[in-house]
Design a protein around this ligand. Structure first.
Ligand SMILES: [Ca+2]
Length: 226
């Protein structure tokens, strides 16, 4: 009898342990399911939830853009380069020319005065600092017949950025970007003669390589690509 009691005790323990494992496994599964549901609920209940849009630099209109480099004057699609860790596997570079401008164009279904504007930048040759005057970025500027901005109040005052030469980095420029309904442009203008390679004749300014622009907004926007 003692033996039977002893063994039945072990069997009961085993059964209890098995039940506990089953219960634990079931709870684990239930938890992950609940987490997913909570996230979805949060998203669907927040009608004003912002969405982050990525607008690839390699897809903007580069047909009129003439850059500068260490030994050539690349333009158009030659400004696009493959880069393994870049969004979409590509970015644009050789923008080292004073007076160079380019723009990102997109359509929005509504206005939003509090969008967040970021760029993913990197530096070639060496790390450098750039101010919002040296590389000017405007949102929906008024442009003159030479396609230059005439109103400085649409310029983003992002201060000074240190552009890394070792990795692509996301730089937040403003959280109060004003998007309007319909067509919008973000305009970038190189405004300096501080060459990253002073001895290179076709390279007379500093400018970042650009992987992409990111906009976080409650509006629905569509990048106009080329
Ligand atoms: Ca890219």
């Amino acid at each position: 009898m003692m033996k039977i009691k002893k063994y039945s005790g072990i069997i009961i323990c085993c059964i209890l342990a098995f039940i506990c494992i089953l219960a634990f496994t079931a709870c684990g599964g239930g938890d992950s399911g609940n987490n997913g549901g909570t996230q979805q609920g949060g998203n669907s209940s927040g009608n004003n939830a912002a969405t982050v849009y990525t607008l690839e630099a390699e897809k903007i209109d580069l047909s009129y853009v003439v850059g500068g480099s260490s030994s050539a004057t690349p333009s158009g699609k030659d400004l696009i380069t493959d880069y393994a860790t870049a969004s979409g596997g590509k970015m644009i570079f050789s923008l080292y020319r004073n007076g160079l401008f380019l723009e990102f164009e997109f359509e929005s279904d509504k206005a939003d005065d509090n969008a967040t504007l970021s760029f993913v930048f990197m530096a070639s040759y060496h790390e450098f600092d750039m101010t919002d005057d040296e590389v000017q970025i405007y949102v929906n500027p008024e442009l003159n017949e030479d396609y230059e901005p005439v109103d400085s109040d649409t310029r983003i005052k992002y201060g000074e950025l240190t552009i890394s030469d070792t990795q692509l980095r996301e730089y937040r420029l403003t959280e109060n970007m004003k998007i309007k309904k319909g067509k919008n442009i973000v305009y970038l203008y190189v405004n300096n003669t501080d060459s990253l390679l002073p001895t290179a004749s076709t390279m007379n300014a500093k400018a970042p390589d650009i992987d992409c622009m990111k906009i976080s907004t409650t509006a629905t926007i569509t990048h106009t690509t080329y």
